[in-house]
Write a protein that binds this ligand. Sequence first.
Ligand code: PSV
Ligand code: MN
Ligand code: MN
Length: 388
Amino acid sequence: MATLTHDIEATLAAQGIELPSWAFGNSGTRFRVWTTAGTPRDPFEKIADAAEVNRLTGLAPSVALHIPWDKVADFGALRRHAEELGVKLGTINSNTFQDEDYKFGALTHEDDRIRRKAIDHHLECIDVMDATGSRDLKIWLAEGSNYPGQTDMRARQDRLNDSLRTIYERLTGEQRLVLEYKFFEPSFYHTDVPDWGTSYAQVATLGDRAMVCLDTGHHAPGTNIEFIVMQLLRLGKLGSFDFNSRFYADDDLIVGAADPFQLFRIIVEVIRGGGLNNPDVAFMLDQCHNIEAKIPGQIRSVLNVQEMTARALLIDQPALAAAQSANDVLGAQAVFMDAFYTDVRLALAEWREGRGLPADPMAAYAASGYQQKIETERVGGAQAGWGA
Ligand code: PSV
Ligand code: MN
Ligand code: MN
């Protein structure tokens, strides 16, 4: 069995992964949204489900909200509700992808009225942050074009920069702006923020509290994502992660399910770059559970991140450094793979028990009766927002 040193245990104990409120809503593909018994009917119930994940794992201390999907009359009340359940409200996600006005762009739109409307939406999100105590405003833009020649890509970058600056200037105190990139979809020819370089180029002009968000599902197949992680950490601009896994496009599947080795490699670079348990780098999930149960889906997800973190922490760093500096290609690879292949599940289960947590959070959830309770109590659960 793997041995977790006190240092590794202390590092694992400090780990926190933010859950997305939309993971608890019904979701699907563009073909169908599936319903699940017990789905939350409002943001208060989504928070309750997220708190259940945290109660059983000790790994999910905060919940990200999406505006307007999670709009409530009193955000102070939602904050108190969260705190009573032992979690905090985290990142606020804006939404400029479901309004007819934004068909040809939002923060890049050539019509000043529409662009102003999109900016104002973000200012409203910052008002929400003031009420919830959230630090980060996360911006993902569904903007771009479908056909060569359709639009002036360069002018759109200039308008985007102007819009982001107006939003950034409204932030106060510790608040930050994180700009997420995605290489395609819903636009298929060009996307206004397609890659980390564009996101970096935009946020670098704003200031220290503007950072890049890296969603692991937003790259072309075969992209070396850990290289991007390394580079952004090196530049001090990695603000947050949206973790999920994918086989083909932006699949939003359970992190570590499709390619655990990629998750391992990413976390190795996070550790190498000082990003683990660094408050400047937020770990978040961005997933939808279309066909599997949602609460266990989130429990599985945070456990996957924890397991790969433990394995990455097990790398024999002095041996790896020695092999690397001797250009011992196979030796270095062996050290790396030894850690990846180490089964940490039993060691983590024992460690969890020692901290008063269930050894097996998945089994503990199944035995808790929570699922049966919400299925009885909640009728007519809400969609995550997709297709709404
Ligand atoms: C759309 O691709 C997306 O999945 C982005 O990754 C955002 O983070 C998320 O939706 C929520 O807006
Ligand atoms: Mn995302
Ligand atoms: Mn996405």
